[in-house]
Design a protein. Structure first.
Length: 94
């Protein structure tokens, strides 16, 4: 979802928000205790979880092309811990 705050001639700030799914994946782990490998540590595996994101950005209109920069905070709904990340996107729309 994209909600424009002040559509101006050159600059247009906006807010974003949405829901979706996130895939969490980890490969093989090597665990060491004072340099010696520890056996019996299970691999983390792959999980699919629900996610929620909010953010904002700015559109720059220049000669028929729109440049944008946008940042979002994404919460991945995991049990017992907080998981999130902040992607920053820069691009062109035309």
């Amino acid at each position: 979802m994209k909600w424009k705050l002040l559509p101006l001639a050159v600059l247009s700030p906006y807010l974003t928000g949405g829901v979706g799914i996130a895939r969490l994946s980890m490969g093989d782990m090597t665990v060491r205790d004072q340099g010696s490998p520890v056996e019996g540590v299970p691999a983390a595996g792959t999980q699919t979880k629900s996610a929620i994101n909010v953010g904002g950005g700015v559109d720059f209109k220049l000669a028929g092309v729109t440049l944008f920069i946008e940042g979002r905070y994404t919460w991945i709904l995991t049990e017992g811990e907080k998981t999130g990340y902040i992607p920053v996107s820069v691009g062109v729309t035309f």
